[in-house]
Design a protein around this ligand. Sequence first.
Ligand code: NAD
Ligand code: UD1
Length: 373
Amino acid sequence: MAQLLITGGAGFIGSHTCLVLLEAGHQLLVLDDFSNSSAVALERVAELAGTRLQRAQPTLEAAPDALTLVEGDIRDAQCLEALFASAKAFGLPIQAVIHFAGLKAVGESVQQPLRYWDVNLVGSQRLLRAMDQHNCRTMVFSSSATLYGYPSPEQVPIPETAPIKPINPYGASKHAVEALLADLARCSGAAEAIQASGGGWRIARLRYFNPVGAHPSGRIGEDPNGIPNNLFPFITQVAIGRRPELTVFGDDWPTPDGTGVRDYIHVMDLAEGHREALHSLLRADPQMLTLNLGSGQGASVLDVVKAMEAASQRAIPYRIAPRRPGDAAISVANPSLAAQQLQWQTQRSLTDICRDGWAWQQANPNGYGDGCR
Ligand code: NAD
Ligand code: UD1
């Protein structure tokens, strides 16, 4: 059992990972400002894990429970200091941090670059400073395949050594945090996926491909604010009748059916990848891992439409529109290093993704509900 700090643990990937980590016997402190999530997600995580959700101030008036939620901002140095110091005072020092908190909408990052750099980079830097001051030097960081920019066809499936060329402020901010982590770990900027690190730091930089789906219970899932930018939540909202049709961005890509191809990874597979990355860090000498988390399988927009039609038994109307600016034709992971290093690979198919994503959408047509953010 380890005492963990989970930043952004109420969010889509964070909530599923919290459940997997509770089931693995860890004790979790979640720090979230609810800027893109709801505490209801964590109440449901507690229910699924057979525990209760304890709410606390950053000063932790009582010893933390299995799942303790603190509302706060990763940029708030006082809040971070109080949290690390209080956990230590209760004899449960934070041993590792899984750092999900951040802003992730590409289009918004183009409109609001200062906000994205502030939350994603300044927030990460304050968190790392608090960790360093409290001798907590193990972090699993949410990075993204967006770092690979527009991969050239000969690079697909994409290895970790592919060139890093972020093409928007969101990607640039993730790249900057990766660089900061490499500096802390005294690692070169080189592309090796596994490097010995200095200063006692244990770091995993996990580059996610396209996380989708939901917990099979239908109790937790993705709850985007407003009109979804991403394909999967948009399709489930068309299937449930919240949106009239899907707009397919281009059918003239150099792909088998002309629509964009992506590597969709079930969020439960991704959550299990975090558990394995954490365990790998905790048992090894200090090192920095840089790993793709994907399935290695590509699916086109029309493949996802067909799979969701089969799962929902509903027609998904769509129309073809021009390509979306900034899109790539194909993005598929080479996940072999994660398989080798973590003994982890995805277990769930596109059919499983659509079944579970549809179950979540059907049971929660308005996500966690209006007004509970
Ligand atoms: P999400 O928005 O559902 O979760 C992020 C969580 O962080 C939310 O609960 C939000 O309220 C919280 N948060 C945001 N700013 C905060 C702050 N300043 N202080 C405290 N909490 C804050 O997103 P997600 O899909 O779960 O993504 C988690 C992480 O994974 C993000 O860092 C994201 O960039 C990264 N990522 C996501 C995807 C994806 O497609 N979902 C792909 C690659 C990488
Ligand atoms: C998006 C982000 C990327 C992030 C990734 C992770 C953008 C430009 N990029 O990429 O930074 O790392 O999510 O999840 O937002 N599509 C449609 N119609 C839609 C929506 C999407 O046809 O309404 C198509 C897209 O053109 C693409 C595919 O579906 O071919 C997947 O799109 P999306 O879910 O937005 O993911 P990414 O483009 O991979």
